[in-house]
Every structure is written in C-alpha cells, then in structure tokens.
Design a protein around this ligand. Structure first.
Ligand code: GDP
Length: 207
C-alpha cells in the first residue's frame, strides 16, 4: 500500500539532468491518452500525483515520484512523456524519441517498464518503436516488462480475451529464457487488474 507515501521527487528534460540513484526505478510509458496518468494515480492511491506531469512545461519532461511503502523498501516511479500526440511538430517528435531511447537504454537503476496500451487498439507502430528502445535489456533479463491493456472496462469479455491474445502475440517476439514479460487487462475505472499489478510493483521493490 503506497498511500500517503507517494510524492513528487524531481523533473528533468534529459537523462543527464536526472540525479543518479540506487533505488529500483520503474518507468511508465504510453501513448498520450492511453490512461497513464490515471493509472499512476490509481496505483499510488493518490488523486493528484501524476498531475505534475500534465502541467504546461512539464509534459515533455521525465517526472520522477518517490514511493515508500511500510512493508516494502523504497521505489521510484518514472513518468515518461506520453507519445503519439498528433499536434506535436516533427522536431519535438524526434526529440521525444531521443529522450525516451536514451532513458530506456541507459538509466542504470531502471528495473522495469510498465507500458500502457489502450486495450481497444492494441500495439500501435509507436508502441512497437518504444518497445524496441528497451528490447535488448528485456531480452537479457536486466529490465522487466509489464504491459497494461488499459480501459478494459470498455470491452466485453470476448473483446478482452482478443485484446490479451493480440498483445501476447506481439510480446512473444521479445521472449527469451531470461526475459520477464507480463501482460494484464487493466482499468482504473472499475479496478480490473489493480490488485495484481500492485503486488507486482511491490515485488519489484524487494531486493
Ligand atoms: P494519459 O494521457 O495517458 O496520461 O491519459 P489520462 O490518464 O489523462 O486519461 C485519458 C482519458 O482516458 C481521460 O479522459 C480519462 O478519464 C480516461 N481514462 C483513464 N483511465 C480510464 C479507464 O480505466 N477507463 C475509462 N473508461 N477511461 C479511462
């Protein structure tokens, strides 16, 4: 239970501006509007935590939050800028790619990536591009990957099963003996998957 402990830690426009850290760091990524901010707030049991990432001037930043649960050691959550926003100009898109690629490839204490994918649409080309940034570290077991199929409340049972199968097929391409890859249906609205995902996040904080 992270409630009461989650707080804004720091923000940066580039990897080299982030303080070095030994704490296990979990990065949240996803297309704009996938439900990332809502999911972070729901998982942290705070209404406004990821609100910082939505303030003008910070939307293209790497925003870090510090989580300290009573029963588990500390953890840092990184909210990476949402991608795929249509109105963003070309140079800003290229910059986004650089920042994300750099962070995912080189952040030393990165232990896991949680990728939000809208359960109705599945992986888009940009989602796959992002996966490629972190793929080498997932394949060699250095970074875990958990894909959340968001807004699952909008799908019926059959559609949920199809969404899950589709995502599993994409993720199978990343599978190796070392890789730790998970996928779950998720809804901040009706709390689908919240308990399981919280437990997984907690387990990542353990040494
Ligand atoms: P972000 O851009 O990825 O941070 O997305 P937001 O968290 O801001 O959510 C985008 C929109 O989707 C908002 O209108 C949310 O209310 C809505 N949304 C977020 N999570 C859910 C969910 O679990 N179910 C439904 N139905 N809508 C959601």
């Amino acid at each position: 239970n992270w409630a009461h402990s989650a707080r804004f830690f720091t923000t940066a426009a580039q990897l080299h501006q982030l303080p070095a850290s030994e704490l296990p760091e979990v990065a949240f990524v996803g297309r704009s509007n996938a439900g990332k901010s809502t999911a972070i707030n729901t998982l942290a049991q705070q209404r406004q935590l990821a609100y910082a990432s939505k303030t003008p001037g910070r939307t293209q930043h790497i925003n870090l939050f510090h989580l300290g649960a009573k029963a588990a050691p500390d953890q840092v959550w990184t909210d990476l800028p949402g991608y795929g926003y249509a109105a963003v100009e070309r140079t800003a898109k290229l910059r986004w790619q650089e920042v994300m690629a750099e962070y995912l490839a080189w952040r030393r204490n990165l232990c896991a990536v949680v990728q939000m994918v809208d359960s109705r649409h599945g992986f888009t080309e940009l989602d796959r591009t992002l996966l490629e940034f972190v793929a080498p570290r997932v394949r060699n077991g250095e970074v875990r990957l958990l894909v959340l199929l968001t807004k699952a409340d909008k799908l019926n049972r059959k559609e949920q099963a199809e969404s899950l199968r589709g995502a599993q097929a994409v993720l199978a391409e990343l599978a190796t003996d070392e890789a730790d890859i998970g996928v779950a249906l998720f809804s901040s609205l009706n709390k689908t998957g919240i308990g399981d995902v919280s437990n997984i996040l907690h387990s990542w904080a353990l040494p």
